[in-house]
Design a protein around this ligand. Sequence first.
Ligand SMILES: NC(=O)c1ccc[n+]([C@@H]2O[C@H](COP(=O)([O-])OP(=O)(O)OC[C@H]3O[C@@H](n4cnc5c(N)ncnc54)[C@H](OP(=O)(O)O)[C@@H]3O)[C@@H](O)[C@H]2O)c1
Length: 288
Amino acid sequence: MSVTDSTKATDSTVDPSGRRARLAVVTGASSGIGRAFARRLGADGYDLVVVGRRRDRLEALVAALPQVEVRPVVADFGTDAGVATVAAICANEELALLVNNAGVAHYMPFADLPADKASELLHVKVVAPTMLARAAVPGMVARHEGTIINVSGMLAFSGPAPLDQLPLRRAVYTATLAHLVALSQALHEELKGQGVRVQALCPGVVATEFHERQGFDLSAVPRMSAEDVVTASLRGLALGETVCAPGLERRDLLDAVFSADLAAFAAQAPRLAGRYQAEQEVSPDTGP
Ligand SMILES: NC(=O)c1ccc[n+]([C@@H]2O[C@H](COP(=O)([O-])OP(=O)(O)OC[C@H]3O[C@@H](n4cnc5c(N)ncnc54)[C@H](OP(=O)(O)O)[C@@H]3O)[C@@H](O)[C@H]2O)c1
């Protein structure tokens, strides 16, 4: 059954056996990876709340999934009100799955990034996923069941890349993706004994509207399909991966990154490291 009225009660999701269907909230479902998640999850038997700003796209998704209970919710995550609208759904409904997917990038030199675009980027990629997870988690913990997928990206690991190797001006976007990786890892550890799984999903370049909407034509660049990204995410959950990298054949490279993170974290001491001790800098004879 399809639903175009966003106020329709979820009681209709109870099947004749009395079992309530699982509910998934997918943000950024009006195109790309979010739409692919919605279609896959609908086919897998989830009821859906699909979120975006383009109502016509959400209604087209409802029409494309006639066998699925789909509730479109128009919300702009650039605003606190938009985030609060969806957070209320996450807090008040029996959510099995939250897919924090909505995103923009606003690639441009940091000095040129208008304040309103920087703020929008932080709201959509940091405030919204964090606040939606915060709203959803208490209920998931109480039910001892739930999954949160945070769509990040491989650029999360690109911070140290020299500009001549990666000329993309991307500081704020990269930082938001790194936030999602760290949030997912820490939250997964915090909640894993309470029945809640958290995944950071890190695609590379994907064939969606993402770049084109920002004025970049990447149609000549080899790109993964949104459907393959979704397949990797769901398979990654089954494999128990907290960070899922759909295009990375060598999983050990990511594991090495995280091992190095932990080694550096564990090796710190409350004592000024030798290289910062001024007298040792001027006296090469005294080693650290
Ligand atoms: N495409 C890639 O190469 C790539 C690579 C790595 C990671 N990602 C990540 O993948 C996610 C999905 O992107 P995509 O590639 O599928 O691009 P897309 O087709 O442009 O989809 C982006 C989605 O985010 C929604 N959105 C954007 N701004 C919003 C706002 N202010 N409020 C609410 N929703 C908003 C859009 O819906 P409305 O415009 O209708 O609001 C749209 O549904 C993003 O978070 C992105 O960071 C993409």
